[in-house]
Write a protein that binds this ligand. Structure first.
Ligand code: ZN
Length: 310
């Protein structure tokens, strides 16, 4: 069956300006869209990714200045992993430490070297050396050359009380296959795309439930090539797993349905089209504040309420 790797990960941040600095300057991602939370236009929605904002490269944030810190627990994404070229991690460890981030010792996981760290809101991330990444095009900055630059997401780690029901959805609906087990961690992988192909399931039967807040992942999204593929997955969820998705919502840059998987994690299925170039030229992505049509007439008020980024 066709595999449906990750499309994006969406998380909650605190201070908007600090979030922008960490993900663009420190980590070197491109800000591909600056818009507002469609359900709360007094808050930003930032999209970071590769040069084009390709599916699987996208990490998005809702920065809420006064959000309380989240607490990691069952039914939540524990870690978001990005790909870097082989040999880049020692340089990254020094850089992230020099920037005051909380960096852990490198770990070997399923034969790959990962560098876990946290952003200033406590969000758990890791950089993973992926040999193929070095040959791929890179979004570079003054501080980060191509041989070190991030190349899209590797994937995510989910923390679950039981992994079986979640693994069944990943396999049956999204086309992931189990490729390894290490203690309480199961690795599942999708084929057919460079980015977002790994979902690891960490079983923690005694874990407390997650409490969402600053530093928490809000949801993860899987790719659908088009509306028909999305509808087929929604049908399969309903018929084979008894799970109902939401109605389709237009997110301007993709169209989405949502459902809570059996382990408690909020899953989304997002279309690849139309993408981020729909309202901005590719070389100007992320430069202007973009508003969906329903908010354009309130632009002046919205701009007054949003925190300054300068
Ligand atoms: Zn989303």
């Amino acid at each position: 069956m066709t595999a449906h790797p990750l499309h994006h990960v969406t998380a909650i941040a605190g201070d908007a300006r600090r979030n922008l600095d960490v993900y663009t300057r420190v980590l070197g991602l491109r800000l591909v869209k600056k818009t507002v939370n469609f359900d709360d236009p007094s808050a930003y929605h930032f999209y970071y990714g590769d040069e084009a904002g390709a599916p699987g490269s996208i990490l998005t944030f809702f920065p809420w200045e006064h959000a309380a810190r989240g607490r990691l627990g069952a039914g939540e994404t524990q870690e978001t992993l990005f790909r870097v070229p082989a040999g880049a991690l020692a340089w990254w460890a020094d850089r992230l430490e020099a920037e005051g981030l909380d960096v852990s010792a490198p770990e070997t996981r399923f034969g790959e070297t990962a560098l876990p760290f946290r952003d200033p809101d406590g969000m758990r991330l890791a950089l993973v050396e992926t040999p193929a990444a070095g040959d791929e095009p890179a979004w570079t900055t003054d501080e980060i050359p191509a041989e070190r630059a991030l190349r899209g997401m590797r994937g995510v780690r989910l923390l679950l009380r039981a992994t079986g029901p979640t693994a069944a959805i990943l396999g049956d609906v999204f086309g992931f296959q189990e490729t390894g087990r290490d203690g309480s961690v199961i690795r599942m992988e999708a084929t057919g795309a460079p980015y977002g192909t790994v979902v690891e399931l960490v079983e923690a039967p005694g874990a407390m439930p997650a409490r969402a807040g600053r530093g928490s992942v809000h949801h993860i999204a899987f790719r659908a090539s088009d509306d028909a593929a999305q509808a087929a997955m929604a049908d399969k969820l309903r018929q084979s797993h008894g799970l109902q998705t939401t109605e389709q919502r237009d997110r301007n840059y993709f169209r989405s349905v949502y459902f809570r998987e059996p382990g408690g994690v909020l899953f989304e299925i997002a279309t690849d089209s139309p993408g981020f170039a729909i309202d901005e030229a590719r070389d100007a992505l992320g430069k202007a504040l973009k508003l969906p049509p329903q908010y354009e007439k309130h632009r002046a008020e919205i701009e007054k309420v949003l925190p300054g980024l300068g």
